[in-house]
Design a protein around this ligand. Sequence first.
Ligand code: AP5
Length: 602
Amino acid sequence: MLPASLSSLHSTNVRTSPYLSPLSSSSSLPSPSPSLSLAPSFSHLHHRRLVSFNTVRGNNPLATKAERRGLSVTCASTCEPLKVMISGAPASGKGTQCELIVQKFGLVHISTGDLLRAEVSTGSEIGNKAKEFMNAGQLVPDEIVTAMVTARLSHEDAKTKGWLLDGYPRSFAQAQSLENLKIRPDVYVVLDVPDEILIDRCVGRRLDPETGKIYHLTNFPPETEEIKARLVPRPDDTEEKVKSRLEIYKQNAKAILSTYANITKKIDGNRPKEMVFADIESLLSQAKREKMKKTTAVKPVHEHKSQSNQASSSQDNWKGIPTRLNNIPHSREIRNYFYDDVLQATQRAVNDGRTRLKVEINIPELNPEMDVYRIGTLMELVRVIALSFADDGKRVKVCVQGSMGEGALAGMPLQLAGTRRILEFMDWGDYGAKGTFVEIGSIGANEVDEQDDMFILVAPQNAVGNCIIDDMKAMTDAAGTRPVILINPRLKDLPGSSGIMQTMGRDKRLEYAASFENCYFFRLLYYAGTQYPIMGALRMTYPYGYELYKRVDVPSGGEKYVILSTFTEKPSSDDINDAFLGKPRNREKKASGFWGFLSSVF
Ligand code: AP5
């Protein structure tokens, strides 16, 4: 069933709900089966090995001064938490050490072995497929494991608390998948244990199905007879299977090590587990201290200068996509949510040394294709980003393109009319940021001054017959290694009869436009040719991949966004179609679909 006409969105101040759920039983679209999705929901999983989270560090002598002062909450928004990978042969003690690491550092433990075993226990299609490989001591196909890991890593707890990845990557291809997503650990711990010990550890290993605790018949016998009676071996722990797993581990280990050579720490795992942990603990504490040192910019919330930053700091934890996005004008909460989401992603990218960035955000108020477009929202977003970097002591130049063309054809895109004046007269806070740390300028090489630290280009766009790219290119050349951030650029080719567009070859223009990487992307998804109802959303925040969400009505009358799939690259409209229809990836592509409109977007 096709949704209602556009007119419902075209009137402002209209709450467009209640509306028909496009994927309700009356819809001709089948609802995707969760069991077929390659990015399964993990809500049903519990971490077998995970004992407790310990995030309160107030009395901990190892805590840094900032932590003891209770500033770790602010840090969560400004510095990246610890990211650790632990690797080693089967039974080298990864799970055992992970229990201790989680207790001490409060990281989110993500064990592919546990995720897979939990999936197997649900009897899902993925679980059954994985079971064949696991029971044979083989690696489960990458497409299954990678989708699981990237989906789990994109959860907010992993982003804010930090993560401990156990059992992934297990092949060069898996390591490359993470590299492509720019997911890198701070430390890569490798547990080193001789082969003969490993085999004995596997054969003697027993699991408590009630607590998830790992025992060994001789090394770590169960505490009571009652526990002993319920212990079970793992099906892949026979001597023959362990040997096969060990062989596969050795074949892959070298190639993976090459990816993490500079952060690899080898630890002798053939010692009592407490001694092994003592080494890991000091390693991670050191890594944590170094991270904290890098963020001397850690400030308590009340010290933030700008109004906009207060808004951003109040949303340290990403709580999922906000609902009621069809409510126009957007509420302050919704606007602040998006400003904050963009800001955090942009900060992460700049802190990682990325210099050619773009933000693309198309909520209704920021989508010039919609008549609810609001220039004020774009200006507020720019101000939040500029003030945030200014707050960190950077000199930011906010640039708007000037009038283009000549004579009667002179002018600027309608979307930008008056923008510069609005920026000049905006409230830039009580601390005199404008004129000191924030300057307003135009797009062009001669605007690049020596003292500028970074540049924000407001919606640079080509107009028919007039190409902004030459000016941008000159400006970025002059900026050199300083960050240039494009906010909602529109750089598609618009050739005009004047020939001005041809000053730089088409290929070169497109290549230049593509040289900016997304640090943020958000787009609402609709049925082909409509702007109502919202079917879902696609979101990407640096350094994570693209997350595809489906909007669903909830029985209580509200709505929510549920994650359908994740992608390392921006998905095509076919990828999105397939995910909504619950089809596996890499199928023969269709020519069209409900979401065919997206082909014009991507
Ligand atoms: P997974 O569960 O990850 O298995 P593994 O890597 O083979 O590791 P183990 O769980 O066997 O051992 P561990 O190092 O955690 O040791 P533990 O602490 O338990 O993966 C299982 C399967 O899933 C794989 O075979 C594969 O099929 C699939 N899979 C997983 N990830 C995948 C991926 N990324 N891609 C594709 N497929 C994937 O300790 C072992 C024993 O030793 C215990 O009994 C313990 O009590 C004892 N012990 C521990 N430390 C000590 C010590 N210091 N001294 C004495 N004994 C100790």
